[in-house]
Design a protein around this ligand. Structure first.
Ligand code: TPP
Ligand code: MG
Length: 820
């Protein structure tokens, strides 16, 4: 809590009551005369055209999926098709007042939303800009595939371009908007403001907030819309996203000049169903979704229910809410009622709703209703509408023929490692924007930098004795310097998480940053681990550098979806259109028992698309954080709470004061030896070092010690070289032994150096237990004695050694049988 906000007992103990503002329901009153005056005839007709194209596009998909044929064109499409037939008015109405700078994020049922947003952008962009987008996107590959034979002017070409790019993407083709790496549920087209759509329902709930934060913090124009299904209003990321979007600090603590709260509209497309469950009346308690806004803030999120079967009612709501958002008075919630006329997916048997209900909605079909509106008010004629429909069919047939053609629209070549090439962007970017970084102090005036000047940058004195803690430049100081450097170079860089600001970061890494940075570059968030990471994903994919922090590694579970499905996947799913310059700092604890002391490196190592670093020395902490903060890929950056206080013990020259990077993926040789190789990850380095010294002193065994420091990517060459020399290898880390990353390393070494090994690699990890409390944890984490015992038992008998622990193979198999 900042000292500027005082909690006065007299005030908080006073009696009173909370009044809730009314939440309006379907208040839009149609007025054709006024509407014609406001929008003009052609725009009112264009709304119909857009709806019609979406309807025809998805009817085609429905036919292809269920009958394998549309208008005589046959295709066997194997992937998903979550159609939004019936919901077109809600999507098109939403986009009427959105500009290209306004972003929409969505979910699995987003074909209509993508098309509506792109059609709206086509309307609004200048012709030259439109042409440039088409010509340059994916090096012109998409345009080249569909351009020939598209009649009409540039805007017609652009409509066909969007229909084709979306369809080719749905079919997984290389000419699709994301080279087929997204497919139906994740398709999007960023140049027109259609941003990632998520098959993890509710997944956009926090990502979109991050995009809105990016806009606010970097003073970019436009608002952000999180399109979410009604049933997904129950999802954690949505709630956490709402909480972060509604934090008071934007108004109370951030510079007024920034403009207030992030401009985010939570737009629920309320079709009254999940797959088969019904939020209203069955799976939720709100009765009307718009009520959700009531508990969030005094404005009840300006929430409103809107009739989504009238595109003009939706457009009116978005126009009004956009003003609120641009004025910094968000967040906003809209409950846009609609209905899907087809199943959740083609396999849906419709067992959860009646034919009668479906008929009621078919009678009110938004396209029929809007056609009636146009003809009743002299805005169009029945024959004109019929002609438009014929044209829509003709153009959809054409893009279908192009999208299924193997010659025009091939799949990506998987024989080359073309998907592998998309997993990381592997770029270096000094700064993502050219404006000067906003700071409160000149770099040299930083009080912590000055204090660091008085510290020794090497941890030992001349006699080789450890220096007192207060005199040593420690690992936490090294991390601080890397952060400070990048904050002063890249104006887009922000860092946030719990206790990041006034507290100085949970482990004092950020002490000295609060004085240096304005609120919007370093701030505390609510206790919302999911949204801390999810918003960071949104921030990064909009083009900003971001450092979210999880106070304890054990809290990764709370951010599981964000780490496993979002941060890790969007670079590749976008086929490199988006980058993810995000460094997730994660602190591995000890002494705090079962839920605060786990090393989960193996869990993230398992997820494709993440880089995983784990420095164990101050030199590496700075050099590896510098490396991470210069890159464009997501890095899960592990730190150990055992090491924050530690000085540099290996690099004699000490931790450099200037900038440097550790080469990516390269393990570090910590001690040379001949008889045995020990590989460590993280804080076990120091226990392994003690073991190596004891092996030498007591048994004359010379152990080589390598600190892997990188988990992914990892170059095994140095390790293999050592193993070829010694013929023996032991691997150790604080992660539980079962399925730890050490096992992957052991298997790789065993295969790559089989002929040079005297025996199989030995893994010494933590026990497969809960981590017991501080006084018992030595029985859980690998100790020096375990390493010695394991060497003795399984690698190299040590004359006269009396083991403390049972490291035998028999014991390993016994534990495995019991699952512990
Ligand atoms: C996290 C997650 N849980 C469950 C699913 C499976 N699922 C796909 S769609 C869906 C229903 C979503 O309903 P709603 O949010 O109302 O969107 P709608 O399908 O109605 O557009 C479910 C449960 C999923 N994709 N992701
Ligand atoms: Mg729904």
């Amino acid at each position: 809590m900042p000292k500027s906000i005082v909690i006065d007992p007299k005030v908080v103990r006073k009696a009173g009551k909370i009044e809730l503002p009314p939440i309006m329901v379907n208040q839009y009153a149609a007025d054709p005369k006024k509407e014609e005056k406001k929008h003009g005839k052609s725009r009112l007709r264009k709304i119909y055209v857009d709806m019609l194209f979406i309807r025809e596009f998805e009817s085609m998909l429905a036919a292809i999926k269920t009958q394998g044929e549309y208008q005589g064109v046959k295709y066997d499409y194997k992937g998903p098709a979550h159609l939004s037939l019936g919901q077109e008015s809600a999507a098109v109405g939403q986009c009427l007042h959105l500009d290209t700078d306004d972003f929409i994020f969505g979910s699995h049922r987003s074909h209509g939303e993508i098309l509506a947003k792109c059609f709206s952008a086509i309307d609004k962009l200048e012709e030259t800009a439109l042409q440039r987008v088409m010509e340059t996107y994916m090096g012109g590959r998409t345009l080249a595939a569909m351009q020939k034979g598209s009649g009409g002017g540039l805007r017609d070409l652009a409509v066909d371009f969007v229909l084709y790019g979306t369809l080719a993407e749905i079919f997984g083709k290389e000419t699709g908007f994301n080279r087929g790496m997204g497919g139906s549920m994740h398709a999007f087209f960023a140049p027109f403001g259609s941003m990632p759509n998520n098959a993890i329902v509710g997944g956009s709930g926090d990502i979109a907030v991050g995009a809105a934060l990016f806009k606010r913090i970097n003073r970019r124009p436009g608002i952000v819309v999180a399109n979410i299904g009604d049933a997904s209003s129950a999802c954690g990321p949505v709630w956490e996203g709402i909480v972060v979007a509604a934090m008071d600090q934007y108004r109370t603590l951030w510079d007024k000049e920034l403009g207030g709260a992030p401009p985010i509209l939570f737009n629920f497309f309320n079709n009254f169903y999940g797959m088969g469950g019904q939020p209203e009346g069955e799976t939720m308690g709100f009765r009307q979704l718009a009520r959700l806004g009531a508990g969030v803030n005094p404005e009840a999120m300006h929430a409103e229910r809107v009739d989504g079967y009238n595109p003009l009612a939706v457009a009116d709501a978005v126009e009004r809410k956009k003003k609120i958002l641009l004025a910094g008075r968000g967040p906003v919630l809209l409950d846009v009622i609609t209905y899907r006329l087809t199943g959740h997916s083609p396999s849906d048997s419709g067992s959860y709703r009646t034919k009668e209900e479906l008929t009621l909605w078919e009678q009110e079909d938004c396209i029929k209703g809007y056609a009636q509106y146009l003809t009743d008010n002299g805005l169009s004629k029945v024959e004109e509408l019929a002609r438009l429909k014929e044209e829509a069919v003709r153009r959809v047939v054409r893009v279908l023929e192009l999208a299924i053609s193997p010659e025009v629209s091939p799949f990506i070549d998987t024989r080359r490692d073309s998907i592998g090439e998309l997993m990381f962007s592997n770029r270096k970017v000094e700064r993502f924007d050219e404006r000067p970084p906003e700071v409160l102090l000149p770099l040299a005036a930083n009080p912590r930098l000055k204090a660091n000047e008085r510290k020794s940058r090497f941890g030992l004195d001349e006699a080789g004795k450890p220096l007192p803690k207060a005199k040593v430049f420690a690992l936490r100081d090294a991390l601080f310097e890397a952060m400070l450097h990048r904050f002063y170079v890249d104006p887009t860089m922000v860092a946030y998480g719990e206790e990041n600001r006034d507290w100085g970061g949970a482990f004092a890494v950020y002490r000295g940053l609060t004085e240096a940075l304005p609120y919007h570059r370093l701030f505390n968030t609510s206790i919302s681990e999911g949204a801390i990471v999810g918003t960071a994903a949104g921030y990064a994919l909009c083009g900003g550098r971001v450092v979210p922090e999880l106070m304890y590694c054990d809290f990764l579970g709370r951010a599981g979806d964000e780490v496993f499905n979002q941060v890790s996947k969007w670079q590749a799913m976008s086929a490199g259109v988006l980058a993810m310059p995000l460094v997730l700092r994660v602190s591995v604890g000890s002494k705090y028992g079962a839920q605060h002391s786990q090393d989960w490196t193996s869990i993230v190592a398992h997820i494709p698309g993440l880089k995983v670093y784990f420095p164990a020395t101050p030199y590496d902490a700075k050099g590896m954080l510098n490396l991470a903060l210069a890159g464009t890929d997501p890095v899960v950056f592990f730190e150990s709470q055992r090491l924050y206080d530690l000085g540099e013990l290996f690099v004699k020259e000490g931790v450099p004061a200037g900038y440097y990077e550790v080469p990516e993926g390269e393990p570090a040789l910590r001690r040379e030896g001949r008889d045995l190789t020990i590989v460590s990850i993280g804080a076990t380095l120091y226990r392994a070092l003690e073991a190596a010294e004891e092996l030498q002193a007591r048994y004359g065994v010379s152990a080589e010690l390598i600190d892997a420091r990188f988990i992914n990517p990892l170059n095994y060459e140095k390790i293999l070289e050592s193993v070829r020399k010694t013929g023996k290898v032991l691997l150790t880390s604080d992660a539980c032994e079962r399925a730890s990353f050490l096992q992957t390393m052991a298997a790789t070494i065993a295969q790559a150096a089989f002929d040079d090994l005297d025996g199989p690699p030995v893994v010494v990890g933590s026990r497969n237990w809960i981590t017991p409390g501080a006084d018992l944890e030595d029985a859980f984490f690998p100790q020096k004695s375990w390493i010695l015992d394991a060497v003795h038992e399984r690698l190299l008998p040590l004359p006269g050694h009396r083991p403390d622990t049972d490291q035998s193979l028999g014991e390993m198999l016994r534990r495995s049988r019991l699952g512990v």
